[in-house]
Design a protein around this ligand. Structure first.
Ligand code: GDP
Length: 444
């Protein structure tokens, strides 16, 4: 899986990597190729469009770091967006409930539902030390219940004894009852599939859901079916509600579109990847690892990360030096504002500090949200270079111009200037004896 996409992207980025100075036209050209590569990998069109737009916005607005090329920086952005598209963080099963917890496995026939049920049960038993009971609710396919029983014997996971003639909801209730009486932690319910999503299938799954209140409803989908897998997931989610996806046949040579679009289209995480017919062939789905496998540029990504860290350190040192001389102009204020929005704004910064609940509440209620940083930044950006260095130049008519240029008001410009004055004064005081560097957060 992903091989041909990976080759395509590799070629595009090798070209970019070699370019010393990167012009907007290079990025645009590369992204055009990325767009084609993703579409050829069968990624859903809206997902591709959104992806390319995000990368472009970030790539073009970005400051260039020392010691890496702009091309490398673009690769890092693509990597980060790819991770975001795949779902950012790995997410396991939620089993935090009163045992026995029900896990409902749903999907079309032949998607790998029964196999995945047994794989996950084996994993929960062996790795997590859970006591797991499996039950097949598939009364349509004659051998289905027998198949799960055999897999249970192979993996050493208990299965519910088969009683001929019972209907899915009855079997499900019996499984939950057995789970309760026999002290099982998890009951995995393998539902029947169909060749297509149809009303009777959905009605059956919904009845089982209502009878067992599962904490997890995992849609099993065949990654080789590309966008169809994504559409099936969407359909199941709309009708039954799913909590995650297990994508099977990731060992095949599919183009990867299902994996790449699933999260963005359905909003539901891919929790497992099936990578073969054997019972061990199950992996957690790690977006970061998958992204680096697709891009094959892990070295570039970590290089840029390091450069970004040292860039921030350099900037901080530069500012500390200036401030210890009692200088703090509007350019510096703007840099601080940008730094703060990067950290998630005021709320983000306070969120990182313990015991800040009250202040955070006050901020939530006031208008001190992150939009203010953006407005303040816009005000400073609308000034000339001289004005930023010498704010006292800003007379009434200049202020009017700045307000118009930034889409704000003269009052807001005044407010910002006043804040800057107070900060500069405080900085002088604080840096006088110590030479340390106060930041905006501590001043507010
Ligand atoms: P169900 O009808 O959805 O229950 O599908 P099954 O679990 O019976 O699987 C159908 C076939 O797909 C079986 O032959 C499985 O061995 C195979 N299969 C399931 N998952 C995977 C996988 O991740 N990789 C490969 N290569 N084969 C798989």
């Amino acid at each position: 899986m992903f091989d041909s996409l990976s080759d395509r992207l590799g070629g595009i980025f090798d070209g970019l990597k070699r370019k010393g100075a990167l012009k907007e036209a290079h990025v645009t050209e590369a992204l055009r190729e990325v767009r084609v590569a993703l579409l050829e990998a069968d990624v859903a069109l809206p997902v591709v469009k959104d992806f390319v737009a995000k990368v472009k916005e970030k790539a073009i607005g970005q400051e260039v770091l020392k010691s890496v090329t702009p091309g490398q920086q673009v690769i890092k952005i693509v990597n980060d967006e790819l991770v975001a598209m795949l779902g950012a963080e790995q997410s396991g099963l939620n089993l935090l409930g009163v045992p026995p917890v029900a896990v409902l496995m749903v999907g079309l026939q032949g998607s790998g539902k029964t196999t995945s049920t047994a794989k996950i049960a084996k994993r929960l038993t062996e790795k997590d030390g859970k006591k797991v009971l499996m039950a097949s609710l598939d009364v349509r396919r004659p051998a289905a219940q027998e198949q799960l029983k055999i897999l249970g014997e192979q993996t050493g996971v208990k299965t519910l004894p088969i009683i001929a003639g019972q209907q899915p909801v009855e079997i499900a209730k019996r499984a939950m009852e057995a789970g309760r009486l026999q002290g099982f932690d998890v009951v995995m319910l393998d539902t029947a599939g169909r060749l297509h999503v149809d009303a009777s299938l959905m009605a059956e799954v919904i009845a089982v859901r209502d009878a067992t209140s599962p904490l997890e409803t995992i849609l099993v989908a065949d990654s080789l079916t590309g966008q169809d897998a994504v559409n099936v997931a969407k359909e199941f989610d709309a009708q039954v509600g799913i909590t995650g996806v297990a994508l099977t046949r990731m060992d095949g040579d599919g183009r990867g579109g299902a994996a790449l679009s699933m999260r963005a289209v359905t909003g539901k995480p891919i929790k497992f990847a099936g990578t073969g017919e054997k019972m061990e062939a199950l992996e957690d789905f790690h977006p970061e690892r998958v992204a680096s496998r697709i891009l094959g540029m892990g070295d570039v990504v970590s290089l840029v990360e390091k450069a970004a860290e040292s860039f921030e350190k350099d900037e901080a040192e530069k500012m500390a030096k200036k401030m210890s001389k009692g200088q703090f102009d509007l350019d510096d204020l703007r840099a601080q504002l940008q730094q703060m929005s990067k950290l998630g704004g005021m709320k983000g910064i306070l969120g990182m500090l313990p015991g800040m609940g009250k202040i955070k509440q006050a901020i939530n209620q006031s208008d001190m949200d992150d939009k203010i940083f953006k407005r303040q930044e816009a005000i400073i950006t609308s000034m000339t270079k001289e004005e930023r260095a010498k704010p006292q130049l800003l007379n009434a008519s200049r202020k009017k111009r700045v307000a118009a240029g930034s889409g704000t008001s003269v009052q807001e410009v005044n407010k910002l200037l006043k804040m800057h004055q107070q900060m500069a004064k405080m900085m002088k005081k604080m840096t006088k004896g110590k030479g340390g560097m106060p930041n905006l957060g501590s001043l507010m």
